[in-house]
Design a protein around this ligand. Sequence first.
Ligand code: 2IT
Length: 448
Amino acid sequence: MYKSEYLNRVLDEIKAKHGEQKEFISAVEEFFDSMDYVVDKDPRIEKYSILERIVEPERTVCFIVPWVDDNGKIRVNTGYRVQFNSAIGPYKGGMRFDKSVNLSILKFLGFEQTFKNSLTGLPMGGGKGGADFDPRGKSDGEVMRFCQSLMTELFRHIGPNTDVPAGDLGVGAREIGYMFGYYKKLRDEWSGTFTGKNFSYGGSLARPEATGYGLLYFVEEMLKTYKNTTIEGKKVIISGSGKVGGMAAEKLNQLGGVLVGMSDIEGFVYDPKGLDVPYIVAKSKQKGMFSKDYAKDHNIEWHEGPHGMWGFAKCEIALPCATQGEIHEEDAKLLKQNGCYMLVEGANMPCDVEAIRYFNENGVLFAPGKASNAGGVAVSGLEMSQNSLHLSWTFEEVDARLKQIMKDIFKKCHETAVKYGQPNNLALGANIAGFEKVLDAMLAQGVC
Ligand code: 2IT
């Protein structure tokens, strides 16, 4: 129950319409917690039905993706693009290929993306897409045929000024390459319609590193502001050995932090003296699991199942970088018991609402992914700029811009949290600061 009647009414309406979309509903509920601080102060929000309009995607496309596997068998998947909000720029957000993909998950991600992209300060609206296709164990040929089939429908809905997809779980440079190639062929046009491209055809340097590096820049800002210290010597655990976790580990190591625990989808390793980061980064780049081999090669214990790490590892800072729904209230309590005083999300919504409430009520500093993992999409925005300028910036130039963007995002979230009398509540700061720009743009453009 919210204080505001308006919020209760809008939530009831969404539940009546889309009650089965659990992930989406929970993202809206979390966002409305913050809106409860603003709707009464700004009557325009209700008068112009802003929240009713912001929770409904502007367009959703859903389509069949038939393809032929290496054995000649015809396979069928479902593809989606959820074009959530274009008030501040073309729809922008990743494509996710994973067995779990459904409309609820993509709507939750697209909704979050709208505010994340707003926080970057770059002109990007929010969108997300993907398919219930699992690229793991598929040959290059199968992945290519799948991507091409998907693109025969998706190409009509995207474009450099309409909707610019990128990668997410299960979609890396290989998949982007196949999708981009087919888009170019179908449209007979080279344009920056995808980001996360290889450098050889318009990709940005530092895009592969951006989410993980940006996460650490954000952590540095939090430590400086709240604790007057730096990451040097701090004990950190990371979940997920994909693009985000791997690059977060690399930047952590460069900045002198100590990685004491890390998980992949099979299990985790823990060493209070510090793990061998170059070993882990090399394995993460090969897209393989690392934890079992790591334990064998370094003669330490391997723990089966990634989830046990939250209750086991002693750490000061936790960086969940795997996927949504990894951390629940019980995990939050164990983390706190084990000495963790800061949790910064590298993935999108790895913590559920109860865990976030627990952190906020028990003095664990918490940063939501829509602020702390925005470095990825921020550099995607820089890739779009480079493409339209027909220029390529150096790694150092992109990295410097990324660092500044992460500092600015932290500042916006922190200042907003302070303004609303809750200086430690970065979730509140991120939701309100992200929302304000979208609100302004929607009001200026009328009912459309
Ligand atoms: O969740 C995310 O921000 C991403 N997957 C990156 C999106 C993008 O457009 O680079």
